[in-house]
Design a protein around this ligand. Structure first.
Ligand SMILES: Nc1ncnc2c1ncn2[C@@H]1O[C@H](COP(=O)(O)OP(=O)(O)OP(=O)(O)O)[C@@H](O)[C@H]1O
Ligand SMILES: [Mg+2]
Length: 477
């Protein structure tokens, strides 16, 4: 069944479901209304006959002195009188004695209805004192309503000396109901057609938006990220889906562009030292190797380039490794001891400057210690590189709510406002004076930022041209 239904499109399935529901609701509503009208008309007819007959019967009882005790015996003569009084063009009455034997019927003309045989089941109920007896039967293909009225000397007397049976044809009610039913049937058909057409239109309209979305997906899968979905109702469910979809496309576009830029920059950064190496090797091969001094100088240059290449590759590897936070190896450290050890390790590279470690509060921190060391090392080497020798470099930390905040402060040339926002972009280098004259890759701060964010922290730089630089980063406690 599920396999069979899955062969149809969503549109067909929705229309099928909608049609079934519409048929059911229109069908059930019409049937209920038909049945209710039928009941109402029968009840109305029954009470009409009863109301018409009661005064005639009462008059007849008094006239024939049947109300007096001892005199209430049915004779054929008085039975015939009441039977005729209660018979008309559309109803025939029969007078039954206590045993259920018909002793008189009111039919006089051939056009009048023929009297009906007695149904003893209902007769017994009437004789046992039940006043509300009426039932439906079929005779000669016609529906007949029969009412049984017990005959009593007084209305509240328990004594019953006969029963009057009045039968009437329901052909007038049937005719009325047929007309009513035909009208209702046509109304139902029109409702159904209008319902199906408007449902088809409405479902098609909603699904058209989804089809547009799917077409845009198809275009994007070919690599065209400029595609946007054009959904009219932005607040509806499909509109919201389209909004999220457009947002995702924008993000993907930025991501792809930055990846492309990154790959181009990386290739360029690798190509420059490799071209240098290629040129130097050619010079050496052309005979410069015979001159010891030149060969020595060129080899030193080549070593420098190779070292730069190694550092560049290490930085690139570091960046890609950090894209997965599973590569963090966190453990708890005592920050004071860690920082003292860091200062000791960096004595050799910081010998040109005064490195001052301002100890903060005693803190236990859960971090990847190698990464924290790498972060501090990158920031310290920037401070050394971009501030004049013999100046102070301060490293300090303090507690702020939920975080520990580190400051790396130098007294260098500072950074101008327009280049500040770009410092964390991979391969971005500012125009600051490089006091150490070594080659830079432009990846240090990008890698540092990635490492800090992998720990749930963040980094910012506070600096003004000519006023030194403070790098501030925080780690969650
Ligand atoms: N303390 C600082 N003072 C002044 N400028 C700085 C400082 N730190 C970073 N910069 C500027 O930010 C740029 C980017 O720094 P980043 O550390 O990312 O790369 P880099 O130092 O050029 O190269 P490397 O990858 O070798 O560290 C630097 O080129 C420099 O212009
Ligand atoms: Mg750097």
């Amino acid at each position: 069944m599920t396999d069979f239904l899955n062969r149809f499109s969503l549109k067909t399935k929705l229309i099928l479901l909608y049609s079934v529901l519409l048929i059911l609701s229109v069908g059930v509503g019409n049937y209920y209304s038909y049945w209710d009208t039928w009941q109402l008309l029968i009840e109305n007819k029954t009470s009409n006959i009863k109301a018409r007959s009661k005064p005639i019967i009462e008059q007849w009882l008094t006239k024939n002195e049947l109300t007096k005790p001892g005199k209430n015996k049915l004779s054929e003569k008085n039975a015939l009188e009441i039977a005729r009084d209660l018979t008309s063009r559309d109803a025939v009455s029969v007078v039954l004695n206590k045993k259920g034997i018909a002793i008189a019927n009111g039919k006089r003309l051939p056009a009048e209805m023929a009297p009906l045989p007695t149904n003893h089941n209902y007769f017994n109920k009437a004789v046992s004192g039940n006043n509300e007896i009426s039932y439906l039967s079929y005779t000669n293909g016609k529906r007949i309503l029969t009412i049984l009225i017990p005959l009593r000397p007084q209305p509240d007397s328990p004594k019953i000396f006969g029963v009057i049976q009045i039968s009437t044809s329901l052909s007038d009610i049937n005719k009325l109901l047929f007309q009513h039913g035909t009208k209702q049937f046509f109304i139902a058909i029109v409702t159904f057609i209008i319902g199906i057409l408007s449902g088809y239109w409405l479902i098609g309209l909603s699904l058209r938006e989804l089809q547009k979305l799917s077409a845009t997906c198809h275009e994007i899968s070919k690599g065209d990220f400029t595609q946007k979905t054009d959904v009219k109702n932005r607040k509806g469910e499909i509109g919201q889906l389209a909004n999220s979809f457009n947002l995702m496309t924008d993000k993907l576009k930025t991501l792809f562009q930055s990846q492309k830029k990154f790959a181009t920059n990386a290739a360029h950064e690798l190509l420059t030292p490799l071209t240098g190496l290629h040129g130097t090797l050619e010079v050496l091969l052309r005979g410069a190797q015979d001159d010891r001094e030149t060969a020595n100088r060129l080899s030193k240059g080549m070593l420098k380039e190779v070292n730069h290449l190694i550092r560049l590759c290490e930085q690139l590897l570091g960046l890609s490794r950090l894209e997965n936070s599973a590569n963090l190896h966190k453990k708890q450290i005592a920050l004071n001891e860690f920082m003292i050890s860091f200062q000791r390790k960096t004595k050799f590279i910081a010998h040109t400057h005064f490195l001052i470690l301002k100890k903060g509060p005693y803190i236990k921190l859960t971090v990847d210690p190698d990464m924290l060391e790498q972060i501090l090392f990158n920031l310290l080497s920037n401070a050394i590189r971009y501030s004049p020798p013999v100046s102070d470099i301060i490293i300090e930390w303090k507690l702020i709510p939920d975080f520990v905040e580190f400051h790396v402060i130098d007294k260098g040339d500072g950074i101008s406002g327009e280049i500040l926002p770009h410092l964390f972009e991979p391969f971005y280098r500012g125009n600051n004076r490089n006091y150490s004259n070594d080659k830079s890759t432009g990846l240090g701060l990008a890698l540092t930022k990635t490492m800090i964010e992998a720990h749930g922290g963040n980094i910012r730089i506070d600096s003004k041209s000519g006023q030194g630089t403070t790098v501030i980063f925080i780690f969650p406690l």
